[in-house]
Design a binder for this molecule. Structure first.
Ligand code: CP3
Length: 354
């Protein structure tokens, strides 16, 4: 069932699955397609200053967004930014330490919440919208532009924990101990994300993706409260303001909860990680009419060769006839050889040859 008629549907192969159209050679883009595995990224990154300096510099952020398009001709570009721009714009101290990842001044009590100030976001988001507009100006007409944000739950795990963690324990504990305070945090992130994604759409994004990288760490009642309910709020608000803009959800590691997530949130596309069995999922979600996106293991892209090629062809076979976007199951890792990415694109572009 076609659900959306995106404005640039006729120009962009990437948008066709969202109107219910399957293609022999599915469109392709890769999560984290701009980044450290590309020498041209490392060059710009070195002259930009800090990682946040790069994110807030529209000229350089636009250049980095376009690098993987120039090199590989992907069907979609994704805005170069980070999910932690949202807490940073709300006034939280955020730093990206070399080799350590993000470090934030943790907000893990009701008192800490007063450090978040929604009136502060306008300036910071302005430079991100400027990047979107610049990319849109320079992008080939057939290439779609994806805007994004982190889902409230995933962003909250960094806001509360102050860094990445294997089990998101700090946020889970805060949510159990003081659900009212945690719910205020989620509400702030939800409202801010709606404005942020809406701003990206007005600046030229054709599609938006909500990254919920840590959706897999919650029991079902918590998942319902902190993942699906806020995501549904974002989807509803964006659908009301921008009815033709498709929304992709990526509840990573949510496993058996994925059909429920699709049903409850109303997303148009579903990003699936490498552990999800496509044939089974396809059957279970057939009547929900969503676009599947995924799910090559990023480590097979590091491996390359016959193992990578066999799985690419298997994914193509498994998704035949379905509205599908080729992608990885999670972001490209820095040790990925760029030549393996070129090979992947070649194979997907050959399509499902007999
Ligand atoms: O996909 C793209 O090409 C667009 C850019 C993008 C980045 N981060 C750039 C980035 C996107 C969509 C993200 C999303 C993001 N950021 C997520 C969700 C997806 C996922 O990977 O689970 C998360 C959890 C983050 C938070 C984050 N940002 C972490 C944990 C790290 C450190 C780990 C790492 O890879 O360095 C970052 C930094 C970051 N974000 C880099 C890039 C290119 C590397 C920073 C550098 O170049 O120094």
């Amino acid at each position: 069932m076609p659900r959306r008629t995106p404005a640039r549907l006729d120009q962009c192969p990437f948008l066709k699955p969202f109107a219910g159209q399957a293609a022999n050679a599915p469109p392709i883009w890769l999560m984290r397609q701009a980044g450290r595995y590309l020498p041209e990224y490392r060059e710009v990154r070195a002259k930009a200053g800090t990682f946040l300096d790069l994110c807030y510099n529209p000229a350089l952020a636009a250049e980095v967004t376009l690098q993987p398009i120039n090199r590989y001709g992907f069907d979609a570009a994704i805005l170069f930014s980070d999910i932690l721009i949202v807490p940073h714009a709300l006034g939280q101290h955020v730093d990206f330490k070399e080799g350590e990842g993000p470090v934030l001044e943790p907000i893990n009590s009701v008192e800490g919440l007063s450090r978040l100030d929604t009136s502060k976001t306008v300036d910071k988001f302005g430079s991100i919208y400027e990047t979107v507009a610049r990319v849109r100006d320079r992008l080939p007409t057939q290439t779609a532009l994806i805007g994004f944000c982190g889902a409230p739950w995933t962003v909250a795990t960094y806001v509360v924990g102050g860094k990445g963690s294997p089990d998101q324990a700090a946020a889970r504990l805060f949510a159990y101990r003081d659900p009212e305070a945690f719910s205020r945090l989620i509400d702030t992130l939800t409202a801010t994300s709606i404005e942020y994604l809406s701003g990206q759409i007005l600046a030229g994004a054709d599609v938006v993706q909500i990254f919920d990288s840590w959706a897999g760490s919650l029991p079902v009642d918590q998942l319902e409260r902190w993942v699906t309910a806020p995501t549904r709020q974002i989807v509803n608000a964006l659908n009301a303001r921008h009815p033709n803009v498709p929304i992709i959800g990526f509840p990573r590691a949510a496993g058996v909860h994925v059909p429920h997530y699709i049903d409850e949130t109303g997303v148009d596309g579903i990003g699936i990680d490498a552990t999800m069995p496509i044939p089974e999922l396809k059957e279970r979600i057939a009547d929900l009419g969503v676009v599947l996106q995924g799910n090559l293991d990023p480590l097979l892209l590091v491996t390359g060769g016959a193992a990578m090629e066999a799985r690419i062809r298997e994914i193509l076979a498994e998704t035949a006839g379905a509205p599908f976007v080729f992608n990885l199951g999670h972001g490209i890792v820095p040790q990925t050889p760029p030549s393996h990415v070129a090979r992947l694109v070649d194979i997907v572009r050959e399509g499902r040859v007999a």
